[in-house]
Design a protein around this ligand. Structure first.
Ligand code: HEM
Length: 234
């Protein structure tokens, strides 16, 4: 599989104007991502069902209040381990760089689409990095506080006061992670051409050039070095 290729079938003529595809995510990364995404949505729905009487109707999606309560921590465990997979794949690409601070300071230009005033970026922009680290911290807080209130298995290890504090922390982290998730999805839709990256695994050369030019340059340099050999999709 190559990093960059044109959208052609065997036997097709290749034209210089054909769109160039740039691989961004492997199949494994995409499966990992969508399991994470589905578990967060199910986790939020089952959690909200237990959160407030006005949201009890959501428990019907899980076969009633008792089963929503029983299944919620298990979905949390799936989210945690699935996100660990995402973390191992992407933490390095989300490390902060000096250009990220410049990008953040020019958020006005980002929102006004004045790309010419923005620095060249690697695989992710500063906004994505903030979302990544926020998700990482919040998911650790959620699993840790969640275990403390998982009465079925751990009730004898905590006092009532510790449980009360854990419920508070758990609820606050849950509301925050839902807000971060909304920002993540909104940004993915707002930057056109981003959703196909996670659905099909590739982006257009134009998208890569416009939003993540240094990543594209590195890919091109890498493919040249390897004489258009292995892929660099994460
Ligand atoms: C259900 C709705 C979701 C949609 C539509 C969505 C969409 C996307 C898209 C399009 C990308 C590719 C961005 C790019 O390559 O520039 C992406 C990346 C990513 N998503 Fe999601 N996502 C969703 C849910 C989630 C959830 C629930 C999590 C974690 C709790 C998550 C974690 C990530 C991570 C870690 C990346 C890699 C970007 C990075 O490391 O900064 N996503 N998502």
């Amino acid at each position: 599989m190559s990093t960059m290729h044109q959208d052609v079938e065997p036997g097709d003529a290749v034209h210089p104007g054909d769109p160039v595809r740039v691989d961004r995510y492997t199949t494994g990364a995409r499966i990992n991502h969508w399991i994470t995404a589905a578990s967060l949505v199910l986790l939020a729905l089952s959690g909200l069902a237990l959160f407030h009487p006005s949201l009890y109707f959501l428990a019907d999606l899980f076969g009633g209040g008792q089963s929503a309560r029983a299944i919620h921590p298990w979905i949390g465990a799936v989210l945690f381990f699935s996100f660990c997979g995402m973390f191992i794949r992407f933490w390095r690409a989300n490390l902060w760089e000096p250009n990220d601070t410049v990008w953040m300071r020019r958020l006005r230009d980002v929102l006004a689409a004045h790309d010419e005033n923005l620095p060249e970026l690697g695989r992710y922009n500063a906004g994505q990095k903030v979302v990544f680290w926020a998700m990482s911290i919040l998911i650790i807080v959620l699993i840790a506080s969640g275990v403390l209130i998982w009465d079925q298995y751990f009730s004898q290890y905590t006092t009532l006061e510790q449980k009360q504090l854990a419920v508070l922390v758990h609820s606050a982290a849950a509301v925050t992670v839902i807000c971060v998730w909304i920002v993540h999805v909104y940004a993915a839709i707002w930057v056109r051409g981003t959703i196909p990256a996670m659905v099909k695994g590739y982006v257009t050369g134009g998208w890569a050039w416009r939003y993540h030019r240094r990543w594209l340059r590195d890919l091109v340099a890498g493919s040249r070095d390897r004489n258009s050999g292995a892929t660099s999709a994460g």
